[in-house]
Design a protein around this ligand. Structure first.
Ligand code: ZN
Length: 402
């Protein structure tokens, strides 16, 4: 028995005529989770204090993101979703003044993410997102300082990659370019230079590498895979493109036989985690995007290997969430469904949703520190369930592949 995941006892997919998606079951579960989220976090009931987190990862902006998503779903009429999104986004903005050290470009754990979500909510409400965008773009001055953070200045949670993914998300939400494509290319080039300098300094065999607290992570949360993922949507110069592709291929070469990727570049034998943050469930987004951009079969093969591993080892004991829980794994099946149109993956995603109410999961899975949040808690799980109702447009938050 593993201490990281529950054994997957589900029968794998056998083609049949019966519908794969049990809509009634999913909707009931969504209603149950949303009720719990509102009961425990409603900013109208709970006062903002210096300990309140406003960020996307575990704070109020993450819950605003969920209600924004709900407002675009088939369940939108069951809740005043957009109004709720605005209430949470406004409450999140109040925390900005309480957390001075976070006045930087952090998408998932800082102010940038709060402005990104607030701007998207304003736009959805037909209000001008101009103020939020102005505040967001102030972060670009910091972005251009080559050493603005000692640690992790390029990764997704606090660094430049997150800022870029936030801008790319806003471009789609606003249906307009928040910054010009030339300015975006410039930001991409700054990241590539940073990775190139680090790789040269350490004399590494890969053209680009990045560090977070001195560690060369590969996973999506702190590592190179999300950084390179963000760069694949940006117009870059020829030399940068070459180094980007070579670096992706170096990472691909690290995928082991069972389909996983090590957590760190310099420790290829340590590949125990199958999470979005560390391991195959996060690196898969880079391979999927590379498949879309370059059209080479090897990247799709890599995604399939990741997904087989997730089917075996993805019923995670760490809870229901996006970062290292059931939703992290469920989204891998949904991504494969989108890449291949194979019903098997939809079936697997449905089984993972069913596991959320399994007695063993309810009794033995760990309760996250922030149980209602987007990345650790059930807000992220609701995103996964909403996408299960609309799988052709499913998308892990901020990881736009197709
Ligand atoms: Zn995690």
């Amino acid at each position: 028995m593993s201490d990281r995941y529950f054994e997957n006892k589900f029968q794998d997919y056998i083609p049949s005529q019966s519908p794969i998606i049990n809509e009634a079951f999913i909707k009931d579960l969504i209603r149950k989770y949303v009720k719990t989220i509102l009961q425990n976090t409603d900013p109208g009931k709970y006062e903002i204090n210096p300990r309140t987190r406003g960020d996307i990862y575990v704070g109020l902006a993450g819950i605003a993101f969920l209600f924004l998503k709900l407002s675009k779903s088939s369940m939108k009429d069951e809740y005043p979703s957009l109004e709720l999104a605005e209430v949470y986004a406004n409450a999140a903005k109040e925390t900005i003044y309480l957390s001075g050290i976070r006045k930087h470009i952090s998408l998932l754990s800082g102010n940038a993410g709060i402005f990104v979500v607030s701007a998207a909510v304003s736009k959805a409400l037909n209000k001008s997102p101009e103020n939020e965008i102005k505040s967001l773009l102030k972060g670009m001055e910091i972005f251009e300082n080559p050493e603005y953070l000692d640690d992790g200045q390029d990764e997704m949670l606090v660094g430049r990659c997150g800022f870029i993914l936030g801008l790319q998300f806003l471009n789609r939400e606003l249906n307009a370019d928040v910054i010009s494509s030339d300015a975006m290319s410039e930001l991409g080039h700054i990241i590539i230079e940073s990775g190139r300098n680090y790789a040269n300094e350490k004399n590494l065999s890969i053209p680009l590498m990045f560090q977070y607290h001195g560690r060369e992570y590969l996973g999506a949360a702190h590592g190179i895979s999300a950084i390179l993922f963000s760069l694949l949507s940006i117009q870059l110069n020829e030399i940068d493109v070459k180094d980007l592709k070579t670096s992706i291929d170096c990472i691909l070469a690290l995928q082991n036989e069972n389909g996983n990727f090590p957590s760190k570049f310099n420790k290829p034998d340590e590949a125990h985690l199958v999470h979005w943050c560390h391991g195959a469930s996060g690196v898969i987004y880079l391979m999927a995007k590379a498949y879309k951009v370059y059209g080479e079969q090897k990247y799709l093969d890599s995604c399939i290997k990741c997904s087989e591993l997730v089917w075996q080892k993805g019923l995670l004991k760490k809870g229901p969430g996006l970062c290292h829980g059931i939703a992290s794994s469920g989204y891998v099946h949904l991504l494969l469904f989108r890449l291949t149109n194979d019903q098997k993956y939809l079936y697997r995603a449905m089984k993972f949703a069913e596991f959320l109410v399994n007695k063993i999961f309810l009794q033995e899975a760990r309760q996250p520190d922030r149980p209602f949040s987007l990345f650790e808690g059930i807000s992220g799980t609701v995103c996964f369930l909403l996408d299960l109702l609309n799988p052709h447009e499913s998308e892990f938050p901020f990881m736009h592949v197709l």
